[in-house]
Design a protein around this ligand. Structure first.
Ligand code: 9MR
Length: 383
């Protein structure tokens, strides 16, 4: 049981604390104890401290001081950070001889000074990786050996730079198709399916003390789960270190069926590695039926008003549904707290979440636990 749940203040007969009890029987029962949540439960990291670490993605603007209020809230509420974009290949290594460490260095320093465990995101991904990575100076595709060398140089430079200062790395991101087969990408076609083995091997060499993770979306799906399990077991059978799997968890009010999420948590944990929820958010907006939910960022549908129903505020009925959904998700996560080491939200507040712009740009979504005024939503008390 959550120890914090026991930390309660019991107040007797103080009428101001009966606010919200509209039932007259309750109001008249002067001797009924009114239970108030203790202050130490008021941050997310304190609320879940007996279950798992609680994290957020941090943007370049947040870390470089453009959004100081966001950063202060993030520092107060969370105990682990993931860079939302600034360590992706196209950002940290935009050209062959150009690395941009400004935001990553600032993040690493801030995390160290403020006791935030840092998860690097991400070393090898089919997306957000410039074309030059896969080509020679003439623009011709690299050979397997040349691309492996390029991957190794990148991992050694980036993961090596923060060797003992980054707790863990999302080594490979989104290498699977929805049916569990390996995604066709420039990594897989030029190197071969074993590019994943090389990525983990290089990461281990570059940062021997870091935890090494595989990260993907829709990992609740049974077919994709089978693919992820095969990927984990393949690495394990070859003696290649993999410490954890990140289930991104970009969900909505009605997707996915949560029993599938639970089955996946149990199945991944059975391989002996950590399970993490790495990019949690729950969209309240309608999703175009013709499209696959998940996080395929190549999806970009023209904005239509009917898909943006709450531009001026979330009706309390929908907020209630969101609270209920979060409660169901967290009930499962807490039940499996022995298997789950971290739950990270993909963004600090509703004001700046990628969900406002995916799969359509310019919508107003409410997917996180912190609202646009940087306040915790009231339903957090029920999680
Ligand atoms: O939130 C990120 C958004 O700002 C970027 O434009 C996008 C492309 O780099 O990536 C988003 O983060 C993705 C993450 O890195 C991997 N899983 C899916 C996330 C949402 O698209």
């Amino acid at each position: 049981m959550h120890k914090n749940k026991l930390t309660i203040a019991i107040l007797f007969g103080v009428s101001s604390f009966t606010l919200g009890c509209n039932n007259s029987t309750e109001q008249n029962a002067a001797t009924t104890p009114i239970v108030e949540k203790a202050p130490e439960q008021s941050t997310l990291k304190a609320r879940f401290k007996d279950h798992f670490k609680i994290g957020t993605a941090i943007s370049r603007d947040q870390i470089l001081g453009v959004l100081p209020d966001d950063l202060n809230v993030a520092k107060a509420q969370f105990n682990t950070f993931t860079p939302e974009n600034s360590m992706k290949w196209e950002r940290i290594h935009p050209q062959p001889d150009v690395y941009d460490f400004e935001a990553p260095d600032a993040l690493v320093e801030y995390a160290q000074e403020n006791n935030q465990e840092l998860v690097g995101h991400t070393l090898v991904w089919h997306s957000q990786t410039p074309d030059w990575v896969f080509e020679d100076e003439q623009g011709e595709p690299l050979t397997r050996e040349a691309l492996l060398k390029r991957m190794q140089d990148h991992i050694f430079t980036v993961a090596g730079r923060y060797r003992d200062r980054i707790f863990a790395w999302d080594v490979v991101n989104e290498a699977l198709n929805e049916d569990g087969t390996l995604r066709e990408s420039k990594w897989s076609t030029i190197i071969g399916d074993d590019f994943i083995e090389y990525a983990f091997t290089y990461a281990k060499q570059a940062a021997p003390n870091a935890k090494l993770y595989y990260n993907d979306y829709n990992l609740y799906k049974p077919e994709k789960r089978a693919g992820a399990l095969a990927l984990i077991k393949n690495l394990q059978s070859k003696g290649i270190q993999i410490d954890g799997i990140g289930m991104q968890a970009h969900y909505s009010l009605d997707n996915p069926e949560l029993s599938l999420m639970e089955d996946s948590i149990v199945a991944y944990a059975a391989t002996g590695i950590d399970v993490m929820i790495t990019e949690l958010d729950i969209s309240v907006l309608p999703f175009p039926e013709s499209e696959e939910q998940g996080a395929d960022i190549s999806l970009d549908i023209a904005l239509q008003e009917r898909f943006n129903p709450y531009p001026d505020g979330l009706p309390s009925e929908v907020n209630k549904q969101l609270g209920k959904r979060y409660k169901e998700v967290f009930a499962i996560l807490k039940k499996h707290g022995d298997k789950i080491s971290r739950v990270t939200f993909w963004g600090v507040s509703d004001a700046r979440t990628w969900r406002n712009d995916w799969p359509m740009q310019g919508r107003t979504d409410y997917p996180l636990l912190i609202d646009r005024e940087l306040k915790l939503k009231s339903f957090v008390n029920d999680l």
